[in-house]
Design a protein around this ligand. Structure first.
Ligand SMILES: [Zn+2]
Length: 338
């Protein structure tokens, strides 16, 4: 199988696994003949099998920019296309490996959001990965620079952990990447503890006709009903970038449906999803597939943090730079029709 075929097959496999990739999140690249093939912004890895989701960009142009420590360089596409290269293109260019995969794998993410995440706390992690960790940075130029500072110019580092974000894996073949990803998900695996609930038989209709109905994924009602998960809504909403970009800076949590109705009637801009304590999670029709995938991601991470571990949440400044960012508005907009 040729390289691009094996990459596409791998992408559509991991893209369909919500414990590895959520909606439009994550990106994959390969380098071939001075071209970096990178996932286009806003596209889904799950679509790699039947859609063109990769954009070819000039690798040499990015390498030169990196040599002069220019991390805000705009990638140049090799052929004209309507697709935009991923926000993380530079991250892929600076990793020296032929194939680079960046994902928000749940098992790993559930550790990367912990306040005490440090590699020293994981002494049995495979040393040959030569793993590195970077503190949270805004995706794009800042993150690329932080990662570049951790590399030593060789391909020795095959794993970079991004706190409050995800992981980058570099390798020479899809088999190698796949092995590393499997190893990491096994190594960091934590059993999820959930308390199953039923879907409430209630809806909320506002006087302007907008209706919030029970969300269609039953387990997501636990977020509003299980006390420890409700506490996490209050304390640990803003944990990683895609969550904020797709679900907003604050959770909309109410004590009852009546209270929700009273507050939302006065809101000029309605949320996509609301949580009603002890009742359930309700969404309106703007809650598209990309947003539901993010909420499932949040649920999956939270149900793996049952020890009440203190988590590291993004600061108000870090949240507002994500919400007001045009590059992310573009990515979110592409998913409104999903
Ligand atoms: Zn990411």
């Amino acid at each position: 199988m040729r390289l691009h075929e094996s990459v596409r097959q791998f992408c559509s496999e991991i893209g369909k696994d919500p414990l590895i990739v959520q909606g439009a999140g994550g990106n994959v690249s390969w380098k071939e003949n001075e071209v970096l093939w990178i996932k286009a912004s806003g596209t889904w890895l799950a679509d790699a099998g039947d859609k063109d989701i990769f954009v070819p960009v000039e690798l040499d142009h990015l390498t030169k920019a990196l040599e002069s420590r220019d991390y805000s360089v705009a990638p140049q596409t090799v052929e004209s296309t309507l697709l935009k290269p991923s926000i993380e293109t530079l991250l892929h260019a600076l990793m020296p490996h032929r194939i680079v995969v960046h994902v928000h794998a749940i098992e790993v993410l559930a550790h990367l959001v912990r306040k005490d995440f440090k590699l020293i706390n994981y002494p049995t992690l495979d040393k040959t990965l030569n793993a590195r960790t970077v503190e949270y940075c805004k995706p794009g130029a800042e993150l690329a620079e932080a990662v570049a500072n951790q590399l030593d110019g060789t391909s020795n580092t095959r794993v970079v952990f991004l706190k409050n974000h995800g992981v980058i894996i570099g390798g020479d073949s899809i088999d190698e990447i796949s092995e590393t990803l499997k190893y990491l998900t096994r190594f960091f695996a934590t059993p999820a503890i959930s308390v199953p609930v039923t879907t409430p038989d209630l809806s909320l209709r506002l006087t302007n006709g907008v209706e919030f109905t029970p969300i269609g994924v039953t387990k997501l009602h636990e977020v509003a009903v299980t006390p420890s998960l409700v506490d996490r809504l209050y304390d640990n909403w803003a944990l990683y970038p895609d969550h904020i970009v797709f679900l907003g800076p604050l959770p909309q949590l109410f004590g009852s449906l009546e209270e929700a109705k009273y507050s939302l009637e006065m809101e000029p801009e309605l949320p996509d999803v609301i949580f009603v304590r002890d009742v359930g999670t309700f969404a309106r029709e703007t809650m598209n597939k990309a947003k539901i995938a993010q909420l499932i991601c949040y649920y999956d991470v939270m149900t793996k943090l049952n020890d009440g571990a203190p988590l590291s949440t993004l600061t108000d400044a870090q949240i507002s730079e994500l919400v007001d960012w045009d590059a992310e508005k573009y990515r979110r907009g592409l998913n409104d029709t999903k």
